[in-house]
Design a protein around this ligand. Sequence first.
Ligand code: PGA
Length: 252
Amino acid sequence: MRRALIAGNWKMNLDRAGAISLAKGVAEQAREVDHADLAVIPPSVYVDAVASVLQGSNVAWGVQNVYWKPNGAFTGEISVAMAKDLGCRYVVIGHSERRHILGESDEDVNNKVHAVIDGGLVPIICVGETLEEREKERTLVVVERQTLAALAGVSADKARGVVLAYEPVWAIGTGKNATPAQAEEVHVALRKVLAGRYNREIAEAIRIQYGGSVKPDNARELLSQPNIDGALVGGASLKVDQFLGIVAGLSR
Ligand code: PGA
């Protein structure tokens, strides 16, 4: 049985005080949660402050991006070692906003996946089709390509610990979520891709989160699908009650 992971991607929101107070609220309310792994992914400049709040709680933390080189002249970037130094467990890689707004390629994603795994952290690898791709019935082709490219050169042993996040681009921040059936269909297809790339056992072990307008009122149905192993939550993760409301939607 895969243990669900519910992660809150705070994106480029909040200020320092807001990040600290949100982290406090989540840690406090999450005290009794033992049926899922929880994480928050603050803006990297606030990770240190958030980490001091979450230390000793059952909420882990991560960063929204890293660069794949270990150090050097890469202005504006942060390394895996830096994320590790701040106690991060997770690194979101290849989020659609990075792919589509900031021009990240499949190859960049692959380089980052290697760096994160080799650094001992867990990549949350995002894949997902645009509305145009869905309308042209290219969804499965696109997510397969993104998944295989992200995992190029990643051994079976290393792949076991990664997290995949299916996030249809048209559902992110739009209030339109994939129906549970639409999401499950893609998750099943992704598990087949993983089984073909590795084997069944590894495909069954890898957690595949759904992301895209997950809210307390749609979480239960989405999270009850057999191949949906948690959620990557944007907007609703900025409010303690909504984030924990999503966690509550996960059956024990
Ligand atoms: P959303 O974002 O929940 O606001 O749609 C999800 C994400 O981008 O991870």
